[in-house]
Design a protein around this ligand. Structure first.
Ligand code: UGA
Length: 441
């Protein structure tokens, strides 16, 4: 089956590569000609485990093509996926201009029936807007062509995107058209063999499912962070509490890891957008706002702990930072807790010496060259001349440490662990002042 995918960003590339892998012919289209040229050579602009291999394999097999020729792309696929960005507007609502521009492009070039699939995370009601845009553009062309718009939100986690696409819990498709159901069944057939994961529902329900899923997960994180902060004040250990509550299958162990706040391109943006949607619908979504507020506060915890450790005197101090990415296995630093920390440290006059296995280049792109930032290739090099170590991301490479070695390398024996990687007891026994989340100082 022939499939077109608009937008060669994270979601577009993963979707394109995974659909090509099971034998579909896929054309990925992007407005950035330079990116298209690089992708056609197999040069992948993002780091995602397994993606490069998959793209190379399918480029070689001739099933995956990249183009900036919109007309050729619209001619190509019966299915036209929209996988372009939906950044937050200033008021927190999702900016749909890229999505609607693609809808207009499809309507400008189509000469036959097309199914437009909203893959981007878009607010409830977007499929109707896309349909209106297509209908208006077709009317301007005096073209009497049939089309459908359906919603097919993605549930990929960065760092595990290929796995999530191939073995995800569900494939949600919002449509009321029998014809669309048939085509989507064929499209996802190869990924739907073991059990039927296809969930057909109304378009608006599918759109809301995406936001509800992310808001629920963000709620779990803010909830456990809130309890962690409380545990600190009450002399309890959140790691014990986490085990205690997770054992109840109604609660479960997933997504209740306390930390320095959620980041990334999805939770922060989607929680804000859902709050905005609720407000626009005349419903003040109390919980969603609280989830966001708790997270903002949580992202400041590491800085607060450093202030506590150094009596607020951070000017002139050098702080080693392990982990810049918002989570392991990605180079993505969007809304990463490390950024809130670094910016607070710089404002306080401290220097940062940071190491991340993948995100150094991204950090350079974001902050450029500056005197108060040094990026190191090795984790231990970040410790040289540093007064304290802060852990922002739980990369596997940070899980094993020699406390004696750490104590000797650091100018002051202070560790602030934003991901609860170590035993407070062992750290303290080794003479370290160890701060963690929800475990007492
Ligand atoms: C998230 C969802 O997990 C995906 O299901 C969804 O498809 C995706 O957003 C999206 O909307 O595109 P992602 O942002 O890649 O995926 O990352 P997660 O693994 O969910 O982590 C998000 C943040 O939550 C990270 O900063 C992570 O450190 C934090 N987190 C996660 C915690 O602090 N505690 C946890 O228990 C779990």
């Amino acid at each position: 089956m022939k499939i077109t995918i608009f937008g060669s960003g994270y979601v577009g590339l993963v979707t394109g590569a995974c659909l090509a892998e099971v034998g579909h012919e896929v054309m990925c289209v992007d407005v950035d000609a330079d990116k298209v040229a690089r992708l056609s050579q197999g040069d992948i602009p993002i780091y995602e485990p397994g993606l490069e291999t998959l793209i190379h394999h399918n480029l070689e097999a001739g099933r995956l093509h990249f183009t900036d020729d919109a007309k050729a792309a619209v001619d190509f696929g019966l299915l036209q996926f929209i996988a372009v960005g939906t950044p937050s507007d200033e008021d927190g609502s999702a900016d749909l201009s890229h999505v609607l521009k693609v809808a207009e492009t499809i309507a400008t070039h189509m000469t036959d029936y097309r199914i437009i699939v909203d893959k981007s995370t878009v607010p409830v009601g977007t499929a109707s807007k896309v349909a209106r845009t297509v209908a208006t553009t077709l009317a301007e062309r005096n073209a009497n062509l049939d089309f459908d718009v359906c919603s097919n939100p993605e549930f990929l986690k960065e760092g595990a995107a290929i796995e999530d696409f191939s073995r995800g819990a569900r494939i949600v498709i919002g449509t009321d058209s029998e014809r669309v159901r048939g085509v989507m069944r064929e499209c996802y057939g190869p990924y739907n063999r073991q059990r039927d994961k296809l969930m057909f529902m109304g378009v608006r329900s599918a759109e809301l499912t995406k936001y509800a899923a992310n808001a629920m997960l963000a709620t779990k994180i803010s909830f456990i962070n809130e309890i962690a902060n409380l545990a600190e004040r009450l002399g309890a250990d959140i790691e014990e509490v986490r085990h205690g509550i997770g054992s109840d299958p109604r609660i479960g162990y997933h997504f209740i890891y306390p930390g320095c706040g959620y980041g990334g391109s999805c939770f922060p943006k989607d929680v804000k957008a859902l709050a905005h949607t609720a407000k626009a619908a005349g419903y003040p979504a109390e919980m969603i706002h609280a989830v966001e507020r708790v997270n903002e506060r949580q992202k400041n915890r590491l800085f607060e702990m450093l202030c506590q450790a150094f009596n607020g005197e951070l000017a002139g101090k050098t702080i080693a930072l392990w982990g810049l990415a918002f989570k392991p296995e990605t180079d993505d630093m969007r809304e990463a807790p490390s950024r809130a920390l670094m910016e607070a440290l710089w404002a306080a006059g401290a220097r940062v010496q940071a190491h991340d296995p993948e995100a150094a280049e991204e950090c350079r792109r974001l902050y450029g060259e500056r005197d108060d930032l040094t990026l190191t290739d090795q984790r231990d090099a970040a410790l040289e001349g540093a007064h304290a170590l802060v852990i922002c991301t739980e990369w596997k490479a940070f899980r094993t440490v020699d406390f004696d070695d750490l104590r000797e390398r650091l100018l002051e024996p202070v560790i602030v662990d934003g991901r609860n990687l170590f035993s407070p007891h062992s750290a303290q026994q080794a003479g370290l002042t160890y701060y963690a989340i929800g475990r007492g100082a």
